[in-house]
Write a protein that binds this ligand. Structure first.
Ligand code: M6R
Length: 357
């Protein structure tokens, strides 16, 4: 139920810190050890490459998950859009492990890849919010997102839960492989949960940013580098899906390779900069678009001090910044849709789970 919320989407955005805390509780025992199914641990330990398969927002979570698994547990990862997989099937490694990411567990495009790879005899793990769903039943192993029902068509809390569970999977694998980590992952997740909460407590700020910068624009751009680029893809999907504003997320460095031509007076450009080493390059991207009249909004974790209009988000561990960086984007999309009178929870032409290919 929505309770006092006007929309499920807003409620689900707000629930994200609680979902993080629930995930910590579900995946940690009383001695603060991770508790993951031993079979999943063995599957991760014995594979020589992970193939992540997903669609839409879940694909965007997979892009971040690749970084977790490669950086923490040292296993190469490929991420594939489910609907494209069979057209250009990659050359598979000797011991592949397929990881399906799906909030609903019912996405037909992902299921058809699962059927295909099971016929080939490969192992599969499904990360889903619905244990018992088709993708969960037909895979060898399941990891539960514990996000609670997600009703709004636009995925929010499932996306952040997917990234948190992927981080836990990567940490567990690192430990099984005796790779030392120089941080306490569960503590860092708890810090990220608090940071998310401090953002959901500042909703009016994002409402105002939308009022001041979006106007009647027909298009908007999200730019970021490194991990922020993946979060920008998600920010753009969120905005277009519910507000019908044409939105594009891209790597800041690509701006001058084409997209700059589209920047005109009052075009909203949202720049995300959570990684300290991208600050200078993102600052120059922002200057480039501002010089062409764009309404540039900077969301930064390190202050980009010279830019007085930067919205500063709380500091979290560098691997976990997507969990926090996406919250302003979800809220911007929500208010943009609200101000345009769109049906926030049920955008036109879309279904919550896409059960046809
Ligand atoms: O249930 P799934 O995670 O498999 O769904 C995949 C996509 O259809 C889904 O993430 C879609 O992109 C969302 N509506 C985006 O908000």
């Amino acid at each position: 139920e929505k309770g006092t919320y006007p929309h499920f989407m807003l409620k689900e955005i707000d629930e994200q810190p609680f979902v993080m805390r629930k995930i910590i509780q579900k995946y940690q025992d009383e001695n603060n050890h991770l508790k993951l199914d031993g079979d999943i641990r063995r599957a991760m330990q014995t594979c020589d490459r992970v193939y992540i398969i997903a669609a839409g927002t879940s694909y965007h979570a997979g892009l971040v998950g690749k970084q977790f698994i490669e950086k923490l547990s040292n296993i190469p990862v490929e991420v594939h859009v489910a609907s494209e997989f069979s057209y250009n099937m990659p050359l598979l490694s000797d011991r592949p492990l397929f990881v399906f990411i799906s909030q609903s567990g019912e996405t037909a495009d992902s299921r058809s890849v699962l059927v295909q790879i099971k016929e080939m005899g490969h192992p599969a793990l499904t990360i889903t919010n619905v244990p018992g769903s088709t993708l969960s039943r037909e895979a060898d192993y399941t990891l539960n997102l514990h996000a609670g029902p997600e009703i709004a068509v636009a995925s929010t809390k499932a996306y952040t839960a997917q990234m948190a569970v992927l981080a836990i999977l990567a940490v567990d694998t690192a430990r099984a492989k005796e790779i030392a980590l120089d941080f306490d992952p569960m503590q860092e997740l708890a810090i990220a949960a608090n940071a998310m909460e401090s953002l959901t407590d500042q909703k009016e700020t994002f409402d105002e940013l939308v009022r001041d910068n979006f106007g009647t624009t027909r298009n908007a751009f999200f730019i970021g580098r490194s991990t922020d680029y993946f979060v920008c893809l998600e920010g753009a999907l969120k905005l277009k899906e519910i507000s019908y504003i044409q939105a594009e997320g891209f790597a800041g460095g690509e701006l001058k390779h084409g997209t700059l031509a589209l920047i005109e007076e009052d075009t909203p450009v949202i720049a995300l900069a959570t990684q300290e080493n991208v600050n200078d390059s993102i600052r120059s991207n922002v200057q480039e678009v501002a010089a062409r009249g764009a309404n540039a909004m900077v969301i930064s974790m390190h202050g980009l001090e010279q830019d007085t209009d930067a919205f500063v988000i709380p500091h979290v561990h560098e691997l976990l910044t997507p969990l926090v960086g996406v919250v302003p984007m979800q809220l911007l999309a929500y208010y943009a849709a609200l101000h345009r009178g769109c049906d926030v929870d049920k955008p036109r032409n879309l279904a919550k789970s896409v059960t046809v290919e």
